[in-house]
Write a protein that binds this ligand. Structure first.
Ligand SMILES: Nc1ncnc2c1ncn2[C@@H]1O[C@H](COP(=O)(O)OP(=O)(O)O)[C@@H](O)[C@H]1O
Ligand SMILES: [Mg+2]
Length: 309
């Protein structure tokens, strides 16, 4: 649904996005994680035709982003941090205006207002920040696009509004939309994306499913196991996993969880016991993120132009 091939953006001699390649499948939530200044927004803006591509290629919904801009625009909804809605218009007026602009059926407006429970007659400028974000996301859906780009959708929202927005993103995805989500919020990264790319200083430094990303540090998984009855023969059989007792559970150090599960099944068949509890603790996405990225701005000096300093 989205493909980038060696996608590059340069501002003068500064490379903001450096030959990144990835594919996002239909129906997937793709999490694009990176610290401030990593190149997330620039990537979204290139993929959504809002800024030119310096080098490389990109395709969205089968359209070539460089050559078929209209096709791309019809296929996507973009939610950026700054909303394009008018403060002085009501939510409904804003949506009606956008529906005309995008030549979307007018009935989309009332359907969206109802589906997302928006205060139709309130002026956009008078909404709380949480509802403003909701309305901005809804506005991106006016022409019913199959692909949604969300650039840090929960930034600066309170905990409750952020959760509301996350639930909204999940619902959009369940309804079949492909979602490209940039974030440096770890709650989002741990819960929403099917696959993740971590970008740092314009380069993708890691990519994969959530558990693949967690495994990148090469650390062992801790497996917590409770069985009944617990026999010494089991502890012997699990010797290679350095079994240790923590409270009433056995804690094991496992490198290859799949191989471990196979072996445990085999031992269970041989010794006969009941598994009362089995859980694993992988490093968090945050652990991996912090290991692979560093905050921009410290060394380069901040060039974003938007900083208060
Ligand atoms: N119009 C621009 N001119 C020059 N540099 C820019 C411009 N836009 C972004 N940058 C720089 O490109 C880098 C990536 O920015 P951005 O994509 O906004 O990062 P992110 O969204 O990950 O925080 C930053 O160092 C930023 O300062
Ligand atoms: Mg950004």
């Amino acid at each position: 649904m989205i493909e980038a091939r060696e996608l590059t953006k340069r501002y003068g001699d500064f490379t903001a996005v450096d030959r990144i390649s990835f594919k996002v499948k239909k129906g997937e939530i793709f999490g694009f994680l990176g610290p401030n200044g990593a190149g997330k927004t620039t990537t979204v803006r290139m993929l959504s035709t809002l800024t030119s591509i310096t080098e490389g290629e990109a395709y969205v919904n089968g359209y070539d982003v460089r050559r078929e801009k209209v096709g791309v625009k019809k296929s996507i909804g973009v939610v950026q941090d700054v909303s394009n809605l008018y403060d002085e218009l009501t939510v409904e007026e804003n949506l009606r205006f956008l529906a005309r602009l995008y030549e979307a059926p007018p009935e989309n407006v009332s359907k969206l207002i109802k589906d997302f429970n928006l205060p139709a007659r309130k002026k956009f400028g008078k909404l709380s920040s949480g509802y403003k974000r909701r309305a901005s996301i809804v506005a991106a859906l006016i022409h019913d696009p199959p692909v949604i780009f969300l650039d840090e959708p929960t930034i600066a929202l309170d905990v409750k509004s952020a959760r509301m927005v996350r639930e909204m993103i999940r619902a959009l995805n369940v309804a079949g939309r492909t979602i490209f989500l940039t974030t440096h919020n770890m709650v989002e990264a741990e819960t929403l994306p099917h696959r993740i790319a971590i970008i740092n200083r314009g380069k993708i430094v890691a990519m994969g499913g959530r558990s693949e990303i967690r495994r990148l540090l090469g650390s062992e998984t801790r497996v917590r196991l409770k069985v009944e009855p617990l026999k010494t023969s089991l502890i012997h059989a699990l010797e290679e996993y350095s079994p240790a007792f923590e409270e009433d559970a056995l804690v094991l150090k496992v490198k290859d969880i799949d191989a471990f599960m196979d072996e445990l099944a085999e031992i269970k068949g041989r010794l006969g016991f009941r598994i009362v509890h089995l859980s694993t603790e992988l490093p968090s996405i945050e652990d991996v993120f912090l290991e692979l990225t560093e905050e921009e701005g410290e060394e380069r000096g901040c060039a974003c132009g938007g900083c208060p300093i």
